[in-house]
Design a protein around this ligand. Structure first.
Ligand SMILES: [Zn+2]
Length: 389
């Protein structure tokens, strides 16, 4: 399959009019100008639209009426298809704080569905594994997590989860001594650890980074504010080049001025757009169940009845658009926050996140001004397309 007449974003710059050849799921060749007609029978004329690495969402719970915690292959497959329609080519299904049984069931469903999907023709975004968000958090900064079920890390519970070999990212509050063994255990196994739902002070956060935390979950949300005499978690994660910061760019969770500040500090490699999208994403306003509680969505904003924000109804294409509008720079400059940085964060940069020969042919063709998704390819297979003008 050959994509021609595209503006192509590569790690070394933008090709004004280029082509990409995909073969056996990988990017086989990239070139400028008019491709040799013998290269491929199957061709798509991109009509000058922008070709980017497919978006990668490492923090997403659900969409379209379904959720990771349903713990079913059907829900995960439906999420995969939905995300593919919004330019996402791979994702981590993200769990919530819940009982041991329910989290185990969710992780097992993610593992078996990931393995089954890997043998099939892609129909949506690739399920790369799990992001375990909780239950080892701080209830003081619990947000919409179930406070009754937040607990400290017990090896009898957590080690079998790690043994499933499905978790790629694990969000925890590092200020509890009981949680600290898990940081080093994860790092030794290649699982990225993120500071999350935390009330850590500056020293506690610094010590977490020294132990191997390299990621910050929905930065600014569910953590203490940045104060000039009490810099706390933000004083560490903003300063330290080793830490990549997730951001929910719906302009509700974080003020645009703070988004611009985060970009100034972390550009280009340290910021990762996520959606934190929930079950209600893609559906109208209404009341949606989460564990035994309810999330109320009004004008697209998801909250618990008490008022706490409860994830978002963002899709990645809208997140990218809003981020671009907020920063005021073109997508050609901002693209690493949609793909490369996430791939690197979860140790998948050798396979994903850039348009380079030998990488997985995970690609998205968008309108550079509106971030409207025209085509999404996962491993070279189209999983979404709309007619090009
Ligand atoms: Zn979340």
């Amino acid at each position: 399959m050959l994509i021609e007449n595209a503006r192509i974003v590569t790690p070394t710059g933008v090709m004004a009019r280029g082509w990409v050849l995909c073969r056996e799921g990988k990017i086989a060749a990239i070139g400028e100008g008019t491709p040799n007609p013998t290269l491929s029978q199957e061709r798509l004329n991109a009509k000058g639209e922008l070709l980017l690495p497919g978006f990668i969402d490492v923090h997403v719970h659900g969409s379209d009426g379904v959720d990771t915690m349903d713990a079913t292959p059907e829900s995960l497959r439906q999420m995969s298809r939905f995300y593919g329609q919004h330019g996402v080519t791979s994702f981590l299904a993200t769990t919530w704080t819940d009982t041991q049984e329910r989290i185990s069931a969710a992780l097992e469903a993610i593992r078996s569905t990931r393995d089954a999907m890997a043998l099939e023709e892609p129909q949506g975004a690739q399920l790369l594994g799990a992001h375990l968000e909780g239950p080892y958090l701080n209830p003081v900064k619990g947000g919409a997590q179930n406070l009754d079920l937040i607990r400290q890390a017990d090896p009898i519970e957590a080690l079998p989860w790690l043994d499933l070999d499905v978790i790629r990212l694990l969000s925890l509050a590092p200020e509890f001594a009981e949680n600290q063994w898990l940081i080093e255990t994860c790092v030794a196994r290649g699982i990225t650890v993120s500071i999350a739902h935390t009330d850590a002070n500056y020293e506690e956060a610094l010590s977490a980074i020294q132990q191997g935390v390299t990621h910050s979950t929905h930065t600014f949300n569910a953590m203490p504010p940045l104060l000039h005499r009490e810099p706390a978690v933000l004083g560490v994660v903003l300063n330290d080049r080793r830490v990549r910061c997730e951001l929910i760019a719906d302009l509700v969770h974080v003020h645009p001025a703070m988004i611009r500040l985060l970009w100034q500090i972390k550009k280009p490699d340290g910021l990762i757009l996520i959606t934190d999208a929930i079950r209600a994403t893609g559906l109208p306003d209404g009341d949606y169940p989460v564990d035994t509680r309810v999330i109320q969505v009004r004008e697209g904003i998801a909250r618990l009845p008490e008022g706490a924000l409860a994830g978002s109804t963002l899709t990645m294409d809208r997140a990218v658009y809003r981020f671009m509008q907020t920063i005021g720079e073109p997508l050609e400059m901002l693209w690493p926050v949609t793909s490369r940085n996430a791939a690197n964060a979860i140790h998948m940069g050798h396979r994903k996140g850039t348009i380079e020969i030998g990488k997985d042919a995970d690609l998205v063709l968008v309108n550079a001004q509106t971030v409207t998704v025209h085509w999404t390819w996962v491993g070279g297979t189209p999983v979404y397309s709309t007619p090009l003008e």
